[in-house]
Design a protein around this ligand. Structure first.
Ligand SMILES: C[S@@+](CC[C@H](N)C(=O)[O-])C[C@H]1O[C@@H](n2cnc3c(N)ncnc32)[C@H](O)[C@@H]1O
Length: 409
């Protein structure tokens, strides 16, 4: 029965995300399967008042467009139980065995300022914007709605399968009704090799859930790419997974403190064993235990490898919310790079041409966490950086006693 529900849910998601239906009739009373049961006005990000802060003013009086935008936005806010269907494991290109996790629901704390910034700069020009690791386009589809005076949004994604099978139907269904697909161009391939033509041209860049798949060497290279892509005065909005600490006794926390004290730029780069339990057939995690943490070498590959040495691994029946459900317990060895506002600040500080504007933790609901501590179920860290608008002046001393300043090139 459970399997049947999940199958129905997957079929429905395919239809809903491609825009063919909004509400399922299979489970009319269950908000996990029926997106129309969620009240869009009940979450900050999908409230019409919020949507108007990033959608260009010229659409505000077009009721059918605004209502459709609101319905589409509401589908992926974490407060909507339906959004869980958008957590899909990434299907890599053939032969690529790297691990890239799954897609993610809306992280409003970083997505909202990005969209608002695009709207703001589009008041006076046609901006060039870019999302790296756009996946199925859950952020990218919104950008053309921000453009007041035209603009072009590029969506870069490594996986051709994800672009062809998920991104295309999603963006067509969300932009087609407003005739906005002409403002969006997809760029398939590795961000390190396919974005050269955009160097120095990007006014606003968005990157969500990519950097924790990069080891320190690759992340340093990625920050160079960010610096190179941004136009003078352009901004980048970055977010990546943060710590998994449960408390200060956590073995990962102790390792993190030791590394941070030793001035490690990436104290969140760790390798560990994790035993975790998921509801069978879903990405929904119930609990996890972490053991044997170490700080791997800077060039260690990011991996998630099944360990079959535990007799506790397998499928079991368990009580969840007073129901018997099948759960799967697995043990894995993981290498991943966890971010924090401080880690972001340190990576930004390497670049005299990048200015740190803001950095913060994000909660599991996708909201900005007040303060700097990681306690209270954080899920991500985020940073906003700006490329200096004008190169810093360099003092030049002439042979006379007068000193003058010139701009460098
Ligand atoms: C965890 S998913 C995140 C997707 C999306 N940003 C989100 O938050 O749902 C990571 C994505 O990064 C893509 N990716 C990994 N390496 C990449 C690269 N070098 N260039 C472009 N995309 C890359 C993967 O194919 C995958 O779709």
């Amino acid at each position: 029965m459970k399997k049947l529900s999940l199958l129905l849910a997957s079929c429905f998601l395919l239809l809903a995300s491609s825009g063919m239906v909004y509400a399922s009739t299979t489970k009319t009373g269950d908000a996990r399967f029926n997106s129309s049961l969620f009240n869009a006005e009940s979450a900050d990000f999908s409230r019409m008042e919020t949507i108007k802060t990033w959608v260009a003013d010229k659409y505000h009086n077009q009721t059918s467009i605004m209502k459709k935008v609101q319905g589409d936005v509401a589908m992926t806010v974490p407060q909507n139980p339906f959004s869980s269907h958008f957590a899909e494991p990434i299907v890599n290109n053939k032969g690529d065995t790297r691990y890239f996790g799954k897609t993610f629901h809306t992280l409003s704390a970083i997505e909202l300022p990005f969209l608002q910034y695009v709207k703001q700069i589009s008041q006076t020009r046609s901006p060039v914007t870019l999302e790296i690791a756009a996946s199925m386009g859950l952020v990218s589809w919104k950008v053309p709605f921000c453009f007041q005076n035209g603009g072009i949004h590029y969506a870069n994604e490594l996986s051709k399968i994800v672009l062809d099978q998920r991104f295309e139907p999603v963006v067509n269904s969300r932009l087609g009704h407003a005739n906005l697909t002409k403002h969006l161009t997809s760029l398939q391939g590795d961000c390190f090799t396919v974005l050269d033509h955009l160097k120095g041209k990007v006014d606003a860049l968005y990157v969500q859930n990519l950097q924790h798949f990069f080891n320190p060497i690759t992340n340093d290279k990625f920050m160079h790419l960010v610096n190179d892509l941004l136009a003078p005065g352009g901004r980048a909005y970055l977010s990546a997974h943060s710590f998994l600490f449960q408390d200060t006794e956590d073995a990962l926390y102790k390792l993190y403190c030791k590394q941070k004290k030793g001035s490690d730029k990436y104290p969140g780069f760790v390798q560990y064993d994790v035993q975790f339990t998921n509801i069978l057939g879903t990405e929904q995690g119930l609990e996890h235990t972490i053991t044997n943490p170490i700080r791997p070498a800077d060039d260690a590959l990011i991996t998630k490898v099944d360990k079959l040495d535990s007799d506790k691994c397998g499928v079991f029946n368990a009580f969840v919310n007073n129901q018997v459900v099948q759960v799967k317990t697995r043990k894995q060895n993981v290498v991943s790079n966890h971010f924090s506002p401080t880690i972001y600040q340190r990576t930004i500080a390497d670049f005299p041409t990048l200015i740190h504007k803001d950095s913060f933790f994000i909660t599991q609901e996708g909201e900005r966490k007040k303060g700097w501590d990681w306690k209270g179920k954080i899920s991500h860290a985020a940073a906003i950086v700006e490329k200096v608008a004008v190169p810093a002046p360099v003092a030049v001393t002439t042979t006379t006693t007068t000193a003058t300043t010139v701009n460098t090139h």
